[in-house]
Design a binder for this molecule. Structure first.
Ligand code: CA
Length: 323
């Protein structure tokens, strides 16, 4: 059961997104070079059923879609990837993430919005780049695709899980020995991916807060021993939010660790919390390296999602060296 603790992993959240626009191939290549063990792909579908790597079902916070295709928004004013053919999405330029309300970039210290020339990658393009790098470097860096909003995709008439799982199979990711985790917030869908779609890849159940309305599920119940026991029926791990793992620090600045990691390990589940950002630290923390160390050492997590894979890899290597 403690197999999970033999290897601490670094998951590049949307690539090295602290340095280059998220989910661009450039950000993934950089994360690869920075020593990440897994590179994350958020997957959404185009109108012609192609999985593209994009965090939101919308295009407008990370591309110039509103100026290239004015009038192609829905009644809510948003531009949806699913309303565009891949060829159309390929004409867009990806930019650092923008807050639509303010028009400013979400992380002001990061790559300048509007600068550079980047495009939305397909899942296939990204896998081919990673597999190519694995060949040329002799490494075995993994992929970590997320099935985004499966219920919403289904309401639009599309079975995103089936399409993505088939794509993974086509690229040789088939068993739990392969360098791939499949993640999803929706527990009904995650179970379906294992039990109905026959996916034998390692599955990670993401855990949000009920207030986010990310999926029709009770994440409070999921974090109990009974809830985790049910997750372990179809998944190999959980991806909780960082505050669900470390809730703060004591007056002596020691991490206050919640019971979640131990309870998950009890069920044989690995724990990969999200998202560690040097430029968006929790209120109770002023040092990113300490936060990383608290996760790996005090909270005993098995890996973590970070926008800064170079920093996490350095701390992880130091921690492993001390063991
Ligand atoms: Ca994600």
């Amino acid at each position: 059961m403690q197999e999970s603790n033999q290897r601490l992993i670094v998951i590049a959240h949307r690539g090295a997104s602290g340095y280059l626009p998220e989910h661009t191939l450039e950000a993934k290549a950089l994360a690869y070079a920075m020593g990440a063990d897994f590179l994350e792909q958020d997957c959404v579908l185009t109108a012609d059923d192609v999985p593209v790597v994009l965090h939101d079902v919308h295009l407008d916070t990370v591309t110039n879609v509103a100026s290239v295709y004015p009038g192609r928004h829905r009644d809510d004013g948003r531009f949806y990837a699913i309303d565009f053919m891949l060829a159309e999405i390929k004409t867009l330029r990806v930019t650092e993430r923008i807050n639509l309300k303010t028009g400013r970039q979400v992380f002001p210290g990061r790559f300048p919005a509007g600068q550079g020339r980047f495009e939305v990658p397909t899942l296939a393009e990204e896998i081919e780049m990673i597999q190519g790098l694995n060949r040329s470097s002799g490494k075995r860096i993994g992929i970590y695709p997320e099935i985004k909003q499966p219920a919403w995709h289904r309401a639009q008439g599309k079975d995103i899980s089936r399409i993505v799982v088939n794509a993974l199979h086509d690229y040789g990711y088939r068993s739990r020995e392969d360098a791939c985790f499949v993640q999803c917030f929706d527990p009904i869908e995650a179970r379906r991916i294992r039990e109905d779609l026959g996916c034998q890849l390692r599955i990670v159940q993401l855990i949000g807060e009920n207030s986010w309305k990310e999926a029709a599920s009770d994440y409070d119940a999921m974090r109990t021993s009974e809830g985790l026991r049910r997750v372990a029926e179809y998944a190999e791990g959980i991806g909780p939010a960082l505050p669900q793992v470390i809730s703060g620090v004591t007056v002596d600045r020691a991490a206050i660790v919640t019971p979640l990691v131990a309870a998950a390990h009890e069920q044989g589940l690995v724990v990969h919390p999200y998202t560690l950002r040097a430029d968006d630290l929790p209120k109770w923390c002023n040092d990113f390296d300490s936060l990383l160390r608290m996760c790996y050492v005090d909270a005993n997590v098995d890996g973590l999602f970070t926008d800064f894979p170079d920093r996490a890899a350095r701390v992880r290597d130091a921690v492993v060296g001390e063991r």
